[in-house]
Design a protein around this ligand. Structure first.
Ligand SMILES: C[S@@+](CC[C@H](N)C(=O)[O-])C[C@H]1O[C@@H](n2cnc3c(N)ncnc32)[C@H](O)[C@@H]1O
Length: 483
């Protein structure tokens, strides 16, 4: 049976040209198709008001359609020229940062109105905290090798050895990074073409996505802002490894980056899945050491290739300062109490609170065992006492530890993008804490949880926004709830 037509405006798979008129939360540009039938809304992610774009309809619903951006046909008057290569990881880099802030603030607050049902959210808005570094703020980058590249002039794919980022929305096509993207270390990015040339000269093949074969897969770099050191990881398959001289490659990196090189690792990854992550597989140290140290608010954190760490550490300091400020606003509800740091990751927030309070015990819970191990080691390294970390699902942990009910005054929440599962949120509410400081990297799920918290007697007292990722649509929020 043919698919039922959902609306009279667009069909799935159709290519359209549309003027973007507004910006919706999450970086979705809004276009409108006007006809005798009425006005129909079309969302195109990674676009800006004022742009004329070409897009493919991915979902065609009764009242709206969702599209994938193919190309920007005409730029918006707001856009400026920047000296950086445009990459999918920075779709808004041509938009002045003040305008990026404006869009992020307006669209985030409107979510709390619409989904969280907080009518007076503007009155409760505290601060928009900008990233201290607008450019070159990231401390990690994953460059991919590909046997299929992109011819920017003819806008088509070509067979070539590429090292850079995937084209937006095309898993099998790479795009050479020819110059600094403005997001990561300039010294590294200015040398990506040299590293590519070195690899091309070995005669070994880059990864071919559709054929699932090739030698070079990823080149991952982590950076410490404290020491300015770099940690490298070259990911290859095992097939042609005897033909590749790892030591010579390591020497080449040292030639390029001198004593900035902390260590060089090699990972063998023979998995063929499209979504293979760069750090899976067996990892071996080829040169130097396998960790770098980063400092956040005076505390030291050891970072290995695999450990989770905030991507923009300078901005993370601002984020954590805000969280701790909200928590310590009522010191009486912190000193001599047990504070829960739920979804604690590597335990940074709990450690900072413990170091700034008196006789406070922190109970940190995270589902990832390796993050909890790192949390324990970090607490030891920083000589902070009174912290207990548990590797567990938050919901299960609260079931198994009923003794905390009515005993906790302050809870810190920092869940992953999916937010807090409804059943888990109920268990958290049942702890009956006076206050919660809820950090979120996805305000849409936080706004959803806000409604539940307000229905359970909590009030949203304050909200701040932190721009951890300039030039993207991401925004972090810190919200203080109190009963
Ligand atoms: C945004 S991160 C938290 C980062 C942390 N505050 C830090 O500073 O390192 C979200 C964390 O939630 C954890 N997580 C996700 N689902 C979970 C669950 N059901 N129970 C416990 N932890 C979970 C993830 O492992 C991740 O570390």
């Amino acid at each position: 049976m043919p698919r039922r037509e959902r609306n009279k405006f667009v069909k799935r798979g159709q290519i359209i040209e549309i003027l973007i008129e507004d910006y919706a939360f999450g970086g979705k540009g809004i276009g409108r198709i006007r006809s005798e039938e009425g006005v129909f809304v079309v969302f195109v992610p990674n676009t800006l008001p004022g742009q004329l774009v070409k897009a493919r309809v991915d979902k065609s619903k009764k009242k709206y359609a969702e599209c994938k951006l193919i190309d920007v046909l005409k730029h918006s008057d707001d856009e400026i020229t920047v000296p950086y290569q445009d990459i999918p990881g920075a779709p808004y880099i041509q938009l002045p940062i003040e305008l990026q802030h404006k869009y992020k603030q307006e669209s985030t607050l409107s979510l709390f109105k619409r989904i969280g049902k907080v009518e007076n959210i503007e009155d409760l808005f505290d601060e928009f905290i900008a990233s201290p570094n607008v450019f070159h703020y990231r401390n990690k980058m994953e460059y991919g090798f590909s046997a299929i590249g992109y011819d920017r002039e003819n806008k088509t794919d070509v067979d070539e050895f590429t090292l850079g980022f995937k084209r937006r929305g095309v898993w099998w096509m790479g795009d050479n990074l020819e110059k600094d993207s403005g997001l990561f270390d300039k010294h590294v990015e200015d040398n990506i073409t040299n590293i590519r040339e070195y690899c091309v000269k070995t005669g070994l093949a880059p990864w071919h996505g559709p054929k699932k074969e090739g030698f070079f897969r990823y080149f991952v770099v982590r950076k410490s802002y404290k020491t300015d050191e770099l940690l490298f990881n070259l990911v290859t398959t095992s097939h042609d490894l005897p033909k590749f001289d790892l030591e010579k490659f390591a020497n080449y990196l040292v030639e390029l980056f001198g004593d900035r090189v902390a260590g060089i690792l090699h990972t063998i990854n023979d998995e063929t899945g499209d979504r293979t992550i760069a750090t899976s597989g067996s990892i071996k140290l080829v040169y130097g050491k396998d960790k770098i140290v980063e400092e956040l608010l005076g505390l030291n954190f050891e970072i290995s290739m695999k450990s989770f760490f905030q991507t923009n550490p300078k901005s993370a300091e601002k984020l954590y300062t805000k969280v701790v400020d909200y928590a310590l606003e009522n010191k009486e509800a912190i000193d001599n109490t047990v504070v829960m740091d739920l979804f604690c990751g590597t335990g940074t927030i709990g450690q900072i609170i413990a170091s700034k309070s008196n006789n406070t015990k922190i109970v940190g819970v995270d589902i990832v065992a390796s993050a909890v191990e790192d949390a324990k080691k970090n607490a030891e390294r920083n000589n902070i006492e009174g912290l207990q970390f548990y590797a567990a699902d938050v919901g299960k942990f609260l079931n198994e530890h009923p003794q905390y009910k009515n005993k906790i005054r302050t809870i810190i929440l920092d869940p992953a993008r999916a937010g807090i599962a409804p059943k888990t949120l109920k268990k958290i509410i049942n702890l009956n804490a006076d206050r919660m400081v809820y950090v979120s990297c996805n305000p849409a799920t936080q706004a959803r949880d806000t409604e539940e918290l307000m229905n359970s007697g909590y009030q949203l007292k304050k909200i701040s926004l932190v721009d951890q990722f300039p030039h993207t649509s991401h925004i972090e929020t810190v919200v203080l709830f109190e009963k």
